[in-house]
Design a protein around this ligand. Structure first.
Ligand code: NAP
Length: 334
């Protein structure tokens, strides 16, 4: 049975006297550092000190002490790793691993590098995982509204005997336990995360672009099409209801003709061999071939990603999307 932790499962006293170094101060690092500080945790920020550092100023402006990554690790007991997964192994080897001390905790916000074997911590440190199931700015917004955000939590290595206590105290201070923290192992977290990114997000974008292109070709006004598909927020509202009530109840809450339309047409999508496509995607994630492909792509300077981004950016739909967003924003501000 899967365990879900809530606030009563965490004891903030396990963080007393323990400083946290947030390594990196980007999309995820900034909101998580702010959440920790607002919960009373002593936080400092570690950023690169090689002159390319663009975020140290941001951390200083937010009132944090900012150090080089190695100095931040030396000065603290817990390192929260919030730099991009592909750069993390090198940064870890050069600036983190040499400065770890007995019973320090290394906490990841994505299991990627541990799961695929790119980072192996020494046996004398704790290794934990708190992987938010939301985007960085939403982790902050949901902390501030008191709603909290879901996360996956795990302990990969319990050197101190207190790693779970540290992980849960941190998850509580980050604001995750107000919603819930789901226990899962590192491999499953990494695989699920990649699967959503590679099977659901592309399918969503493909369906939206195909539908928009077809409807516009059929003479529907582009602004109306894009607003109805996703820019008006109606679809987001529907998904929010799905998140609260589940797919079935959200469907039963819609108008009868909506339900009939869904029920009578859903089997048409069986034709798409979706299941096979998803199995292949999952297989490439689980056997590590995607992780190897991505490591090579990073080493080579992202050539394929740059090419694919350019190709995708050429679609005419994005210009229509931009115009529709401007139009809707103008209406919003009236
Ligand atoms: N973004 C999300 O919503 C989200 C959601 C769930 C989990 N995560 C996880 O959060 C972690 C961080 O992702 P992110 O999206 O927050 O990344 P990000 O915004 O791209 O991270 C940027 C930060 O990493 C630093 N950085 C980049 N390259 C570096 C290097 N070579 N050496 C030292 N620092 C470097 C940047 O500093 P500079 O200014 O010096 O470049 C900046 O502080 C990842 O493990 C990711 O899987 C992210």
């Amino acid at each position: 049975m899967t365990v879900v932790y809530h606030e009563q499962d965490s004891d903030p006293r396990f963080l007393v006297g323990k400083k946290v170094a947030v390594i990196g101060y980007g999309n995820m690092g900034q909101p998580l550092a702010l959440n920790l500080r607002d919960s009373g945790v002593e936080v400092l920020v570690g950023t690169r000190a090689d002159g390319q550092d663009q975020t140290r100023q941001k951390a200083l402006q937010d009132g944090f002490e900012a150090y080089s990554i190695s100095d931040a690790v030396k000065a603290t007991h817990i390192a929260l790793m919030t730099i991009p997964d592909e750069v993390m192994p090198t940064v870890y080897l050069e600036h983190v691993a040499p400065y770890l001390q007995r019973n320090d905790a290394l906490v990841f916000v994505s299991a990627y590098n541990v799961a695929f074997g790119y980072i192996e911590a020494p046996p004398f440190v704790d290794v934990g995982l708190i992987a938010p199931r939301t985007l960085g700015d939403y982790a902050r917004k949901r902390y501030l509204t008191g709603k909290g955000f879901y996360s996956f939590v795990s302990v990969g290595q319990d050197a101190s005997g207190n790693c779970w206590d540290i992980v849960l105290a941190l998850a509580g201070a980050l604001g995750s336990l107000k919603a819930g923290a789901i226990e899962i192992n590192f491999e499953r977290e990494a695989e699920l995360d990649l699967f959503i990114e590679q099977a659901i997000l592309p399918a969503f974008q493909h369906i939206m672009v195909t539908a928009a292109t077809m409807l516009i070709e059929q003479g529907y006004p582009p602004e109306a099409v894009l607003a109805d598909l996703y820019l008006s927020g109606e679809f987001v509202d529907y998904l929010e209801r799905v998140g609260e009530e589940g797919l079935m109840n959200a469907m039963l809450d819609t108008a009868p003709h909506t339900q009939y339309g869904l029920l009578s047409r859903i089997d048409r999508f069986n034709e798409l061999k979706l299941e096979r496509l998803m199995e292949v995607t999952l297989q490439q994630i689980r056997d590590g071939s995607f992780a190897r492909e991505w490591a090579k792509e990073y080493e080579d300077g992202y050539p394929r990603m740059k090419r694919l981004t350019k190709l995708r950016q050429r679609l005419e739909i994005w210009e229509l999307e931009k115009q529709t967003i401007e139009l809707l924003r103008r209406l919003d501000s009236l």
